[in-house]
Design a protein. Structure first.
Length: 301
């Protein structure tokens, strides 16, 4: 103990140097341990960050590879789908559109003709290929397929019935007037009376009167029927002025006119579908139709 003489007496306790050095050593070791731990922690974090970045790159590469495989698969499906769609276009859409074009054009120019159905032959199992393709079409485009069937039933069938009514009426008046017409023209058609067959009135109606009323060529098949038609054409055409002919003729014209408008409407829908499919699947307009068979030229030996 050290004693200092002052105005007052103060007591100071001495400190062991070894204890001080030991304390500083412990502090230094602690600092070093903390620094090492911090360094290791930073190193671990950097390693984990690198691993995370590497895993992220692997995930990105996997995603890119998956997308590429998906695109390749979609391209394959589209290519397979293109062949199927092209068959649908060539078998269903294009022939139907052509039929509707004819129905619309001839329905106005030649209103006393039968009109053609669009789904009747496609639903007939006699042609298995067309039947199967139309079945696929019906599954894919149920509404349009239904319109095609209704078109046949509600538009084409009435034309057929009105045509039969007119045809039967014409056949009836021709058969009733045939004897008088033959007698009247006996000097110019010698011997025709004895050669008139049961088929002659039908030929007169189908190949003479109906084409003549529409400005179409008259091509009567048999010689006796042709001779009778050419010799008595005005008299046969005069029969079409009778009231029992005018009424069914007007009914047929009305039915074919309705068919023409319905054909144009349905054609527009089917054409829109065909063009959309062509754009989607890369089908060109010349591929809308079945290509003609190749021409084979035989060279002379």
């Amino acid at each position: 103990m050290i004693e200092l003489a002052t105005n007052s007496t103060t007591t100071v306790t001495s400190v062991d140097p070894n204890l001080v050095y030991g304390t500083w050593a412990l502090v230094l070791v602690s600092v070093i341990a903390i620094s090492v731990a911090a360094w290791q922690n930073r190193k671990t974090q950097k390693l984990m960050a690198k691993q995370t970045q590497s895993m992220g790159k692997q995930v990105d590469e996997a995603i890119v590879q998956t997308r590429l495989q998906q695109q390749q698969f979609e391209a394959l499906l589209k290519q397979q789908g293109r062949a199927r769609v092209q068959e649908l276009v060539q078998t269903i859409l294009s022939p139907t559109i052509s039929t509707l074009d004819s129905n619309a054009a001839r329905g106005r120019a030649f209103p006393l003709e039968l009109r053609y159905p669009v789904a009747q032959f496609l639903t007939d199992k006699y042609d298995e290929r067309n039947f199967l393709v139309f079945r696929d079409f019906e599954l894919e485009y149920k509404e349009l397929a239904g319109k095609m069937k209704r078109f046949d039933k509600e538009t084409v069938e009435p034309v057929r019935l009105r045509y039969l009514e007119l045809h039967d009426a014409l056949l009836r008046v021709v058969m009733e007037g045939l004897s008088a017409i033959t007698e009247k023209h006996h000097p110019t058609i010698q011997g025709i009376k004895t050669k008139v067959s049961d088929l002659t009135p039908t030929l007169i109606v189908d190949q003479g009167i109906l084409p003549a009323l529409q400005g179409l060529p008259e091509q009567v098949a048999t010689p006796e029927a042709k001779q009778l038609w050419e010799g008595a054409k005005p008299e046969f055409l005069a029969l079409t002025k009778l009231s029992e002919i005018i009424t069914p003729m007007d009914n047929l014209k009305a039915a074919t006119g309705k068919c023409a408008y319905a054909s144009e409407a349905l054609r527009e829908e089917l054409s829109t579908l065909r063009n959309n499919l062509g754009t989607q699947y890369g089908i060109t307009r010349d591929q809308y139709f079945v290509p003609p068979p190749p021409t084979i030229i035989l060279e002379e030996a």
